[in-house]
Design a protein around this ligand. Structure first.
Ligand code: SF4
Ligand code: SF4
Length: 216
């Protein structure tokens, strides 16, 4: 029947409206901003940069590879590489971002930057109260506005953050085992080379003394 969907919707609204006086679960709205609904773990709004430890500048996971900058559909990430290097989570020396900006007014919360990042360095925040009256500088978030601790990441996305930590720990253990095996192989090769160099060279056999030729 034409319009049956609208009638069903209105009946549902009426049931919730009347029902909300006797059952709190039917009350689907809250008086925002005094009241807020708890956010779902999978909710997302805007990216942030994860750092490990207590020092944001030192612990920033981002290595300024610029993959997210290239892949961001509306091109709202802007990165300048620093010249100094610092060790990443497996101890490999990597660059770091000197500038890392995201334009909040352009970001469409697609999460592609998160999906392409090979270093688990950028994640989606659940913070949604980001409006400001400053249309320009206020909407351009810099590295210092974007960095947040791994503890914060655990607080907003506990399941995902635990999986990431486990994966990073596994990769770190693998890298350490490989470095140890490489060092052992190198030491063994050096010991073999030293042993080879120490083998005494046999003295040359003296050639027979030439005999005088007898003449008739
Ligand atoms: S969420 Fe999407 S639009 Fe926003 S910075 Fe990441 S890739 Fe760009
Ligand atoms: S956030 Fe990830 S993908 Fe983007 S520059 Fe940093 S390490 Fe590369």
């Amino acid at each position: 029947m034409l319009g049956s969907g609208i009638i069903k919707g209105m009946v549902e609204t009426a049931r919730n409206f009347v029902g909300s006086y006797i059952d709190e679960n039917r009350l689907v709205t809250v008086e925002y901003p005094e009241e807020r609904l708890p956010l779902k773990e999978a909710s997302r709004n805007f990216p942030f940069l994860v750092y490990d430890g207590d020092d944001a500048a030192k612990g920033l996971r981002c290595v300024a590879c610029q993959i997210c900058e290239k892949e961001c559909p509306p091109q709202c990430i802007y990165i300048i590489k620093d010249t100094a290097k610092k060790p990443d989570y497996i101890g490999k020396m990597q660059l770091q971002p000197k500038v890392f900006d995201i334009d909040l007014s352009v970001c469409m919360s697609c999460q592609i930057c998160v999906e392409v990042c090979p270093f688990e360095a950028i994640k989606m925040d659940t913070e949604y109260e980001l409006s400001t009256s400053d249309r320009f500088e206020g909407l351009l978030l810099h590295k210092e506005d974007l960095w947040k601790s791994n503890q914060y990441y655990h607080k907003i996305h506990p399941t995902e953050a635990a999986e990431v930590d486990a994966r990073l720990a596994e990769e770190k253990a693998k890298a350490e085992a490989k470095a140890k095996a490489d060092a052992e192989a190198k030491a063994k090769a050096a010991a073999e080379a030293r042993a080879k160099a120490a083998v005494p060279v046999p003295a040359p056999t003296p050639s027979p003394t030439p005999q005088p030729v007898k003449t008739a």
